[in-house]
Write a protein that binds this ligand. Structure first.
Ligand code: HEM
Length: 416
């Protein structure tokens, strides 16, 4: 085994075997150093603790995301018995029901039908229409704390914007915001690397309450359609087909859950990286092009969700490793964004960078459907914060949450 300069990372390049504890604060506080070491020694590696092969090379991850021999789901082509998978647990049945029609859990042809229908409702004109509302909400929140000279940005700002916007877009009343945050927080507990029975019970309870609530909303919009995403999803047709009630419920839940937590983290991560760079924010946000490049650079260097996996659907050999049907592979999108073959001086934050697109929203058929909304929010709120609060600076060392493979902050204390 070769010890590199990072005490929490052991790499054996001969066997491409790596030992790395995802719960070690030294790692998850600053995973980019480990990713750089992996790129240097073996960008494709077997992660002993996860018992899976992982890929970090940009081209490799980009092509795997588009490779139809790999899918997010496998139960459409094989039974649990064949794969040796346990039967679904009774205590997570409401969660499983909500996931059953989630875009993220489907593969073609089901995925294509559902995504086409959702896309029709989720068209860019609906997203663009949110621009003045995002600006207005961000300004009102800043009005609330500007005179204090300090703020904890996540609770007073970042937590509120994404959930309010997606709820408004879907057509859920604003006062449901705190309840939606709670449901969503419990629900995504199921995606954590290590979760307890209590996490599973909380996720299941929230999935049930959330689904019951959405069912009521659907009944209302069937009777009284409005100009909102839910009414559009109810009435949108593709080749004579409509979304079923279960599909509508799953889709509404996934839009709320998949979306807001990542965007909250990303607002915090971006503000932090900009402040720590010591560069002049006025230059970064001088016009729309500079702003957009800065936002993309923050998405590249401190992405909010690091790992996604796939099932192998048919035998495939990748990078000399043979995978058989049912095997899983991991892709570290945040590491692919740091590939030195694609990005010069990859660990450096360079807001003017204009190299390859980052992979933070994925690629291929599961490419993030909410990317236009997340990008719009980031392109509006980041310049606004720095313009409204000149002299913005960190008030304390930000602490990264112990929730790898998400990457977000516990809190972000700022002053001006
Ligand atoms: C910075 C914020 C965000 C990041 C980094 C992000 C990242 C991603 C990534 C990487 C995927 C692909 C997963 C895979 O290939 O396995 C994805 C899919 C998805 N995202 Fe996002 N996302 C963000 C915001 C949002 C928002 C705001 C929404 C909803 C409005 C959303 C809804 C979805 C949905 C529904 C999918 C599944 C699409 C499909 O499977 O066809 N995301 N996201």
């Amino acid at each position: 085994m070769i010890m590199n300069h990072l005490p929490f990372l052991t790499i054996d390049p001969a066997t491409r075997s790596v030992s790395l504890d995802g719960r070690d604060p030294a790692f998850y506080s600053d995973p980019n150093r480990a990713y750089a070491a992996l790129h240097a020694a073996c960008p494709t590696f077997y992660w002993q603790e996860q018992k899976l092969w992982f890929f970090t090379g940009y081209d490799r991850v980009n092509s795997l995301l588009r490779d139809r021999r790999f899918g997010r789901q496998i139960l459409h082509i094989a039974t649990r018995e064949e794969l040796g998978m346990p039967e679904p647990a009774a205590h997570t049945r409401h969660f499983d029901a909500a996931e059953a029609h989630s875009l993220l859990e489907l593969e073609p042809p089901e995925h294509t039908r559902l995504r086409t229908l959702v896309n029709r409702a989720f068209v860019s004109r609906h997203v663009e229409r949110m621009k003045p509302e995002i600006e207005d909400l961000a300004n009102r929140l800043i009005d609330g704390f500007e005179k204090d000279g300090k703020v904890e940005l996540l609770s007073a700002f970042a937590d509120i914007i994404p959930v309010t916007m997606i709820a408004r877009m879907i057509g859920i009343p604003e006062e449901m915001g705190p309840q939606l945050l709670k449901w969503s927080h419990d629900y995504v507990g199921m995606y954590m690397f290590k979760r307890s029975r209590a996490d599973e019970d909380a996720a299941d309870r929230s999935a049930k309450e959330f689904a019951d609530y959405v069912r009521g909303m659907i009944a209302d919009r069937r009777a009284n359609p409005r100009e909102d995403l839910l009414s559009h999803m109810i009435h949108t047709e593709h080749k004579g087909q409509l979304l079923t009630e279960d599909e509508l419920i799953s889709t509404t839940i996934v839009l709320l859950n998949a979306g807001h937590e990542a965007t909250v983290h990303q607002i915090g991560n971006s503000v932090r990286v900009i402040l720590e760079s010591g560069l002049d924010p006025a230059a970064m946000f001088q016009d729309e092009t500079a702003t957009s490049r800065t936002v993309e650079e923050t998405l590249r260097i401190c992405a909010p969700v690091h790992i996604f996996d796939r099932y192998c659907l048919e035998p495939a050999e990748i990078d000399g490793i043979a995978f058989k049907r049912g095997d899983k592979v991991g892709m570290i999108l945040a590491a692919a964004n740091l590939d030195p073959l694609k990005f010069a001086d990859p660990l450096r934050f360079k807001p003017e960078r204009d190299e390859a697109p980052n992979l933070s929203f994925g690629a291929g058929i599961h490419f993030c459907i909410g990317a236009p909304l997340a990008r719009l929010e980031l392109n509006i709120v980041l310049p606004l914060l720095f313009k409204r609060l000149p002299g913005l600076k960190l008030a304390g060392q930000p602490k990264v949450k112990d929730v790898y493979h998400f990457h977000g902050l516990e809190r972000l204390d700022l002053s001006w």
